[in-house]
Write a protein that binds this ligand. Sequence first.
Ligand code: GFB
Length: 390
Amino acid sequence: VLLTAIQFRCSKCAVDSRLLDEEETLADHSILDTLPRYVLYDVNKPEGFNLRRDVFIRMASFIHHMNKVSDYHWILVLPPWHRLYHWRSSNLVQDCLPWSLFFNVDSIKKTTPVVELHEFFQMNGLRPLDAQVTLQDFNVKSFEQYPDFSDKWEVANCKDQVQKQFWNLNNLTFTKSLCISFQGISTLLADIVQELQPRTIIFDHAELALHNYYGGQEYWMIRKSMQFSKNLHEIAKEFKKRNLKQDYLCAHLRRRDFLYGHPSDVPNINNTARQIKEKLILLNIKTVYVATDTSKTEVEELKNVLRPYQMFKFEADKKTLNNFLDGGVAIIDQIICSQANYFIGTSKSTFSFRIQEEREILGLPIETTFNSFCGDNTECTQPTKWRLVE
Ligand code: GFB
């Protein structure tokens, strides 16, 4: 038993734990107590890539907390990237992607104990998870009657359907499944863990757990560790070398679902061009890089109205798209924008927020970073300046 347990702990050995003698191992609690414990999580399906990056920070912060208050070593399992709503290339298979496709996972590991899902399977085998917890809001009716913003949670009847199959994996099963009404910061999840005493637990709707301290020291420490993969940095560098040899302004135009989700924040194309030109004249810059999720037609339209200024956009060749998919292309856009001389983003877009953070990490002047487009015919406010805290 001791030998198998030692093998079981070694992350470098690809031990299929189904080979372990389950009865014998589980009976020996002193050995179990020395093994790491795992938290898995998933996020509301329609949420985009950059909101999910934010949820990771909250869950990482929870793991840091667990490792301070618990007797066990806790590890966060990175949820695979899976068929995001905004990934529009329908001819590509974009399921169950590891974080290493997009991020430098070694960098994340230096700050937070994490493993990819496939590494978790190497350790846990096909054993059921001890608990599945579906987080949900407190009942809105009672919330209105007794406005209460305190941190709280309670086991409740499930409001919606509970997710039966995470990431289309039919071999991920759970010994126990419950719904918990939850209101509060991510470290409050520790109380749930304390109550259930699981060795492995998955939280669904992890986006309901809030930041402990948004924009604080721990936030930035975790955020800084989320570096993009070296491959994607390399592609962005090559593109810049070939096309952006001079100073450039980057504009992030979030359109598609924002046109009806946040109509007052999205200017029409002529108004967008006018705002870009105004800045170009002021800054004496001749080149614009555009990152956008809009159609080819609108991109061409913008290019025309921006003349005589030169406009560039990254178009992935077949090989790059096949290798790094829609998610990788979006990151290349973000890298190029984060290195621009001046940045204008789309108000309320987390895609733009993450670029602003990246620019803070790079130490770029604050006035070149926290700018966003003004919508048509509306009062315009500029983004909050979330400064890096060391
Ligand atoms: O990243 P994200 O959460 O930002 O979702 P928002 C937007 C997604 O759209 C990105 C694509 O992850 C990309 O896949 N996208 C947006 C882009 N802008 C660009 C761009 O400039 N270049 C490329 N290549 N792709 C929120 C979502 O979006 O919008 C929420 O998180 C919800 O789930 C809300 O849908 C309405 O914060 O902009």
